[in-house]
Ligand binder design. Structure first.
Ligand SMILES: *Cc1c(COP(=O)(O)O)cnc(C)c1O
Length: 231
């Protein structure tokens, strides 16, 4: 079941890449496994999936020992400062850095562990009231500040587009994030490594890929709908 879903997603990703004239390897699929049991993740792993996305530190901590060690964990959700210590060094990439205090805490925890944590700055491109993510002014300031944090490596930008029936309606949101990546690149410490765009979910990933996504975060289209109204 999950294996078939992954195959379908793979062919859709390949088609979107082809349509955009991009190599297939320029896009990585993050299987968003939040709220789903380790057994389902193991099935995806057996089908070849290695990148998984979670939005709760406790869930990463709980599932990690149950699964193979070569899984790459991605923290994609709102991260509280007091939980930073559980994800620094435990995740390949933290996608959701949206405030200075959060960046500072990640820097502090990474310094303590003598490692470099890769991060993305999350931007609320559409300016939705209900969404997390930095506004454009905050985002630029964050990029400039992270430049001076030796234990953070800024790899790019992330956004969650507004939910819409027709993904064409959010194409401009993705295009805007891509433009911001170019705009901010000269402000970064390692411009050549500032190359990741985390955008696109189950309903809109094809459009996101056409607009330059390098990391798509797909949950329900792989694992089915989530329960408890949680996301
Ligand atoms: C849950 C979640 C996703 C996956 O959403 P689906 O619509 O199930 O694909 C992607 N990104 C973030 C930040 C999420 O919280």
């Amino acid at each position: 079941m999950i294996t078939e879903k992954l195959k379908t997603i793979e062919s859709l990703i390949a088609a979107a890449c082809e349509k955009a004239g991009r190599p297939r390897e320029s896009v990585q699929l993050i299987a968003v496994s939040k709220t789903k049991p380790a057994e389902m993740m193991a099935e995806a792993y057996a089908a070849g999936q290695r990148l998984f996305g979670e939005n709760r530190p406790q869930e990463i901590t709980a599932k990690k020992p149950l699964l193979p060690q070569d899984i790459q964990w991605h923290m994609i959700g709102n991260l509280q400062r007091n939980k930073v210590k559980y994800v620094v060094g435990q995740t390949a990439l933290i996608h959701s850095v949206a405030s200075l205090p959060l960046a500072e805490e990640i820097e502090r925890q990474a310094a303590k562990r003598e490692l470099i944590q890769e991060v993305l700055v999350e931007i609320n491109v559409a300016g939705e009231e209900s969404k997390q993510g930095a506004d454009l002014e905050e985002a630029r300031a964050l990029v400039e500040t992270i430049r001076e944090m030796p234990h953070l490596r800024l790899r790019g930008l992330m956004t969650v587009a507004p939910y819409v029936e027709d993904p064409e309606l959010v194409r401009p949101v993705f295009g805007r994030l891509r433009a911001l990546l170019e705009e901010y690149r000269p402000l970064t410490r390692e411009p050549a490594l500032f190359d990741q765009l985390s955008m696109g979910m189950s309903g809109d990933f094809a459009v996101a890929i056409e607009e330059g996504a390098t990391l798509v975060r797909i949950g329900s289209a792989i694992f089915g709908e989530r329960d408890y109204g949680r996301n």
